[in-house]
Design a protein around this ligand. Structure first.
Ligand SMILES: [Zn+2]
Length: 160
């Protein structure tokens, strides 16, 4: 087995990646990266090759910076149709941190909320973003109860 390490191999390249702030696929520049690649020999003929890239990328729209990790290996191949017929490409597995799909950002005008409600809201959002569904559920209930109490409503829904 052999592993090699390379720095800055993709620096300056521009890729398409989902931006959590722009909420869409945008152009990102790879600011810096570290690449690890390896070859594992199993038996006389079979060679397994892989490539991991750890990158710091920046959205060219809103300038926010995230961490991106990609993985490729010689066994994961997909077939894509091009104008010259079908061809094989290495499948790239991508992870982003923070995950643009998961991360929910605070309401831009959350400061307008009454202080006690804002505190419950912030804690609930943190629970939601840290993948804690039970705590999130309790938080949402507390938000609804607090709003109802604030508005002097004893019941949910329209009154008759
Ligand atoms: Zn962006």
């Amino acid at each position: 087995m052999s592993i090699s390490i390379e720095k800055g191999k993709h620096a300056g390249e521009v890729i398409k990646s989902t931006c959590g702030r722009c909420k869409q696929l945008t152009r990102h520049e790879i600011l810096t990266d570290v690449d690890l690649s390896g070859l594992d020999e199993a038996g006389d003929e079979f060679i397994f090759g892989w490539d991991d890239s750890y990158q710091i990328i920046q959205c060219q729209g809103c300038e926010s910076i995230v961490f991106r990790k990609t993985h490729m290996n010689s066994e994961s191949i997909e077939y894509v149709e091009s104008k010259d017929g079908w061809k094989s490409e290495y499948l790239i597995r991508e992870e982003l941190y923070p995950n643009p799909e998961d991360e929910r950002v605070t309401l831009s005008d959350a400061y307008l909320l009454p202080e006690h409600l804002n505190r419950i809201y912030s804690e609930t959002l943190a629970a939601l973003n840290s993948d804690s569904p039970v705590l999130t559920g309790i938080g949402i209930r507390a938000i609804i109860e607090t709003v109802c109490k604030d508005q002097n409503s004893s019941r949910l829904g329209p009154s008759h």
